[in-house]
Design a protein around this ligand. Structure first.
Ligand SMILES: NC(=[NH2+])NCCC[C@H](N)C(=O)O
Length: 381
């Protein structure tokens, strides 16, 4: 009798954001029941949370802000919808391991409630056949990739290369606040009450998230907004020799995937014309779809739920995921964008995603596209 043959895992191959998607890791929100709003978290989300900090801090200085379970349940329901849609498009969907419980972590310098592996785009960049684990900014995320290791070993066994940026200590002086201070903003709402220890002689560290990159074949755009990021760009250039890294000078505080999404060679989705100037010259002549206006009616009303904090902006839904150069998965709660994309000839797969502003991620953030068909093409000449 013929033996059933087990299909070998595919080779890691992901150079861009738009060629045919074959395999993806999709995040999960199990146990996402609190935001630990300690200083590294507040600084990371400062653009969005500064206006509500203070107003929402409890008198006891409690930093663990509970997320109502209804919201996490609804988020998981929407993520299941995304999993089904991707499977329906013929994409193989892998998931991170489940945390199993709430996890409190402690380093020699601080402690934090661990963040579940939801926004898997953030702590890893796939550069061709190389897994690059990045250097977390948020303390609560320092062990997040452990839950992706089953997937990473699967690709490693199949021949992938695997690198990690030096793990930052995230001590009290590690993070650069200059992005905000350059704009004349007071960062004390983020940094006040810091209880982490310091390390003598350690200044600003290499700190960087995968979602600060956009991949375009042999070119990678890299948002550098401060010295933490500057160190990481140098590390990328030194360690990944086969690609060209282009510095985008402070296009955003950190992540750029709710500002810019390349849709196919020569066409990109961009938040607004003011962002064009940050892009490499070759991209400035690309055709652009600007993100259409949306209004508050597309966002849930949380007033009855008591405390919730928006860590994502109203632009989160720019953050779509391409299945191929003609097919995109878009939040059904951004109908204005769906209309524009359909008019441009795209096949849009609508998937509902309600709580994107509370968990800081859209479909691009929730996914790590590990296998796409494209190679190290030159899209910039
Ligand atoms: N990979 C991600 N988590 N991206 C999300 C970027 C969100 C961006 N900071 C905004 O508020 O619009």
């Amino acid at each position: 009798m013929p033996q059933p043959t087990s299909v070998p895992p595919p080779a890691l191959n992901s150079f861009d954001e738009f060629t045919r998607l074959e395999e993806v890791v999709l995040g999960r929100a199990d146990h996402y029941n609190a935001h630990h709003t300690e200083p590294s978290w507040r600084l990371f989300f400062y653009d969005n949370v500064a206006p509500v900090l203070g107003r929402h801090t409890t008198p006891s200085g409690e930093e663990l802000l509970p997320i109502p379970s209804q919201l996490t349940d609804e988020l998981n329901e929407d993520i299941s919808g995304l999993a089904d849609a991707l499977t329906g498009c013929g994409v193989n969907v892998l998931r991170p391991a489940v945390p199993g419980k709430d996890v409190d972590i402690r380093s020699p310098h601080w402690d934090a409630r661990a963040t579940p592996p939801l926004n898997v785009r953030d702590q890893t960049i796939i550069l061709g056949n190389t897994i690059v684990e990045t250097a977390p900014h948020i303390r609560a995320r320092i062990f997040e990739n452990d839950l992706l290791k089953p997937a990473f070993y699967r690709y490693y066994e199949a021949g992938a290369n695997w690198l990690s940026m030096p793990r930052p200590a995230l001590a009290s002086d590690s993070l650069d606040t200059s992005y905000f201070t350059r704009q004349g903003l007071d960062v004390s709402r983020a940094t006040d009450g810091e209880t982490a220890g310091s390390i003598e002689g350690l200044g600003l560290e290499m700190v960087f998230d995968g979602a600060q990159c956009m991949r375009l074949g042999r070119d990678v755009l890299v948002n550098v907004a401060n010295h933490n990021h500057e160190l990481a760009l140098r590390w990328l250039r030194d360690n990944v020799r086969n690609l060209r890294f282009h510095r985008l000078d402070a296009m955003a505080d950190n992540h750029i995937d709710s500002v810019l999404v390349p849709l196919r060679p020569g066409l990109m989705l961009l938040r607004s014309p003011e962002y064009l100037k940050y892009l490499p010259e070759a991209m400035q002549s690309w055709d652009v779809i600007y993100a259409p206006e949306t209004d508050d009616s597309n966002f849930p009303d949380y007033t009855d739920l008591g405390f919730v904090i928006p860590i994502g902006s109203r632009y989160m839904d720019i953050n779509l995921l391409s299945v191929d150069e003609d097919t995109v998965v878009v939040n059904s709660l951004y109908p204005e964008l769906i209309t524009v994309l359909e008019r441009r000839g795209f096949t849009v797969v609508p998937v509902r995603h309600r709580h994107r502003r509370l968990f800081g991620g859209g479909f691009h953030c929730f996914t790590l596209d590990t296998v796409r068909r494209g190679g190290p093409e030159d899209y910039l000449s």
